[in-house]
Design a protein around this ligand. Sequence first.
Ligand code: TEU
Length: 525
Amino acid sequence: MDSANWWRDAVVYEVYVRSFADADGDGTGDLAGLRSRLGYLADLGVDAVWTTPWYRSPMVDGGYDVQDHRSVDPLFGTDADALALIAEAHRLGLRVLIDVVPNHTSDRHRWFRAALAAGPGSPERARYHFRPGRGADGERPPTDWRSVFGGPAWTRAADGEWYLHLFAPEQPDLNWDHAGVRAEFEDLLRFWFARGVDGVRIDVAHGLLKDPAFPDLGVGDEGIVRPPDRSRHPHWDRDGVHDIYRSWRAVAGEFGPDRVFVAEAWVDRPDRLARYIRPDELHTAFNFDFLRCAWDAGALREVIDSTIEALHAVGAPATWVLSNHDVVRPVTRFADHLALGRRRARAALLLMLALPGGAYLYQGEELGLDEVGDLPEAVLADPTWERSGRTRRGRDGCRVPLPWSGSEPPFGFTDGDARTWLPQPARWRTMTARAQADDPGSMLCLSRAALATRREHPALGDGTMTWTPAPDGVLSFTREPGFGCVVNLAAEPCELPDGARVLLASGPLDGGRVPPDTAVWLGRS
Ligand code: TEU
C-alpha cells in the first residue's frame, strides 16, 4: 500500500490513555507510560495508534470535556511528552491518530467562561446554544431534547438562560453556525498536523449542527420517541455537517496526502455513514453496525454485505470495529459465560481481520479482557452513572487499567503505591500481557499471529471478498489470491473445504472439522 493510501487497510489500536500504562506512579495512565509501551504495540503488529483526548481537561468525561485543545493535561504529562510520543511512534513505524472533540467544550473552556460572564444576548454566548426557557418564568427547558448520558440536554445558567449539552452539563455544545468556531477548529487541526500527527478521530462527528428552529423531539415520560425521518433529526447527522468536513479535508491536504480523518458517527444506516466518506471529505468512519451485531451468522453477513456495498459505492474501504472505550467488551457481550465469550471473541477477531478494509482494536481486546461488571459503586466515574439517577452503570467496566505483568493488582500498570484509578479484578492474574506472551494458546499470541499473517498475505487488507457455500450458521468466504476464512457460529462442527491448508485457527480443530464458535484462516495447499 503506498504511503498516501496507508489507511485503506490499516489496523489501528485504540489507546484509552488513562488506562493504558502509568509512568509517574499516580495510578492513572499517561503519555510517558504509553511511550514506554510502544514497543509492545509495534510487536503486536498494528499500523497505527489512536489516542483518546490528552488535552487539558477537568476530566468530567475522561478528557472528552476539553478545556484547551492545544495543551496536554498535567495528569497525562507535558506538551513535550506529546511530541516525544509522536516521534517515538514514528521511529517504530507506527502512525499516530489523535482525538478531536468538536461538538462541545468543557464548561471551563475560556469561551464558555466568557459566555457565562458576558450574559444574555452577548456575542460571547453566540459560540454556544443559549436560549430562554419556556413557561411564564422560563423555568422549563427550551426543548425536550435529552442528554446521551441521561436527563435533560439543557441546564439553566444563574441568569436564567438555558444552555444546550447533548452530553454532560459540563460539556456545553458549540454553535457550528458561528464562523469563529469553524476557524478555531481549522487552526487547531493545523496545530496538531504541524506537530506530526498522522490523523484525527472526530468525536461525535454526526453531531455539531443543530436545527436553528429547535423543534421538540416528542419525548414522553416513557422515553425517547424518535422523529420518523432520521435524515431530518434536529441534532444528529444533519446535512450541513458535510460542509464542515470538506473544509477540514482541505486543511489536512495542506500537510500532504497521507493525513487522515476517521469519523465517529453513530448513524443508523450504512448509506448515511457513507455520506461522510468522500474524496473531498473524510477518509473513513467507524462501522458501528458490526460492533452492534449479535453473534449470529445471518445478521453478521447482512451487516458485512450492506457495509461493503455502501462504502464501495463511494470508493472507500470498510472499517471493522468490535470494541471501544464506550461499549461492553466483546468477551462479555458475546456470551453469558466467560469461557464461551472468550472463544467467540477469538473467532470474531479472525473474522474481523479477514474482512476487506481496515480494522480497529481497542486496548485489552488483544488480551481477551472481559468487562468488569462488578466495580464498587463508589468508584464509578462515568457521568452516565449520576446522570441516569444511578441506574445505568455506564462505561467504566471497559476502561479498567490494563494488566501488564505480575500476579496481583496493579499488574505492572503503575510502579507507584497509588491505587489504579479503577480497581482491577484479581481474576486478571492469568490475563496479563506477560503471562500471555509465554503461552502459545493465548489471545495475545493469536492476535500477534493474525496481524503478522495479515501483513504477509497479499489477499488480506483492502480488496474484495466472495462468499462461498456453507451450512446454516457458518460464514465462509475467500479473498484473492488464495485465502479463505470459515467461521462456525452453528451448534455443530462443520467440515473444512477439501484441500485447504490451515494457516491459523482461533481454537483447537476437531480433525478436519471446525468446532462451533471457532474461526480458521485457510491458504492454498
Ligand atoms: O461518544 C459519542 C457517543 O455518542 C457515545 O456516547 C455513544 O453514544 C455511547 O457511548 C454508546 O454507548 C464519544 C466518546 O467516544 C465518548 O467517550 C464521549 O463520552 C462522548 O463522545 C462525548 O464526547
